[in-house]
Design a protein around this ligand. Structure first.
Ligand SMILES: Cc1ncc(COP(=O)(O)O)c(C=O)c1O
Length: 374
């Protein structure tokens, strides 16, 4: 193995579109940072997870589900699907569950794209979409975000051509946390032709839902609109991998054919059902994020730092240039605060901070004050 001839053969095997993909660079784990810098306290504010954990009901449900771990899961997640259909006012055949919304993005790409087609999205958005559309080798038209880091609806509509199959929009967006206003959303939905799918990725829906200016795609639906939601954020189940799509039943029927049969796992299904029972945990999670965002804004205002107002569970800091962003992130890491540079999302001079608990935000502010030359 690994002779020059082997390497040459591997080169020939890999399709060009896969060669072009950039490997996922995972952030450092809590243990890695503890060991590397000899620290006791770490605040992991890098991956938009729920820093409160998950509902205690989830833990009991997962333990109970372990009794049936030898059996394959229900492939349609029937009980959960029914609960979600009722909760969202849709019918069961309009709901599909899978191993997280990233898995659904992957299945959308493999189900609906033909070669020679293209996707329209923003130049600053969730990298998962770039990767999965890239795996299919389709052209990705990345429309620049506005000066305020919002979506350019007119630009996105203008980018649609006869080869466009999909428009992808994360609303609220990641990494900016920005949302389309209700009017912008209506304009987009009305402007996207009926034969083009509009993917409304609402991974951060729960955090934005109470904003009167925010409009979920579910409230203004068309037959070509596919809404994505996840249990990874406000419900705190990122490690279990479970999310869902709501769409026209004709589309869901086709998506069911390409879904990996036994995703999501039975433990994830049980966990999600339990999480839906704990409204108090959900509300507290949203409350902590809402207060934490305000706290960050005030802190940044006092420190003279530029940032983007957010409707998600993270806030994006805007630094002068990429070098400053690299230096700042490194200094914060050395003080036990793990942050995410968002060069892979298209903004090399920006850093994303996941909103954490009060203690974590205190840690962030103290570490920040010691990294002040940035
Ligand atoms: C906009 C957006 N969509 C999807 C995902 C992936 O979510 P999941 O854990 O459900 O795959 C993320 C995760 O960060 C995200 O920010």
């Amino acid at each position: 193995m690994n002779s020059e001839t082997d390497l040459m053969n591997i080169e020939k095997i890999i399709p060009e579109n896969i060669k072009k993909l950039k490997p996922y660079v995972a952030g450092k784990t809590i243990d890695e940072v503890k060991n590397q810098y000899g620290l006791k306290t770490i605040s992991k504010l890098a991956s938009n997870e729920n820093r409160l954990g998950c509902s205690p009901l989830v833990k009991d449900a997962v333990i109970e589900a372990l009794d049936r771990i030898q059996d394959y899961p229900d492939p349609v997640a029937g009980k959960l699907r029914k609960t979600l259909a009722i909760k969202n006012g849709v019918s069961e055949d309009e709901v599909l569950l899978a191993a997280g919304s990233e898995s659904i993005i992957s299945l959308l790409c493999r189900t609906f794209f033909d070669t020679e087609e293209n996707a329209v999205t923003a130049n600053v958005t969730f990298v998962g979409f770039y990767v999965q559309a890239g795996v299919k080798g389709v052209e990705i038209k990345r429309v620049p975000v506005t000066d305020n880091y919002g979506f350019d609806v007119n630009g996105m509509l203008a980018a649609i051509d006869e080869r466009t199959k999909m428009v992808y929009l994360a609303n609220p967006n990641n990494p900016t946390g920005t949302c389309l206003t209700a009017d912008e959303y209506r304009k987009l939905v009305d402007g996207v032709p009926k034969n083009v799918l509009l993917i409304a990725d609402e991974a951060y829906y729960e955090y934005a839902a109470s904003n009167p200016n925010y409009l979920s795609a579910l409230k203004y639906r068309r037959s070509n609109v596919i809404v994505l939601r996840t249990f990874s954020k406000a419900y705190g189940l990122a490690g279990l991998r479970i999310g869902y799509a709501i769409a026209d039943k004709g589309l869901i029927k086709e998506m069911m054919k390409t879904k990996l049969t036994f995703e999501p796992t039975s433990t994830a299904q049980a966990a999600a059902l339990a999480a839906l029972q704990d409204q108090a945990f959900l509300e507290n999670s949203i409350d902590v994020v809402t207060k934490g965002r305000e706290r960050l804004y005030h802190f940044f205002d006092r420190m003279g730092v530029k940032y983007c107002k957010s409707e998600s569970n993270s806030v994006m800091m805007i630094l002068e240039n990429e070098d400053k962003a690299i230096e700042f992130t490194q200094r914060m890491l050395e003080k036990g605060v793990i942050l995410r540079r968002i060069n892979a999302f298209g903004l090399p001079n920006c850093v994303r901070i996941t909103v954490g608990t009060e203690k974590e935000m205190e840690h962030f502010e103290t570490a920040f004050r010691h990294s002040i030359s940035i």
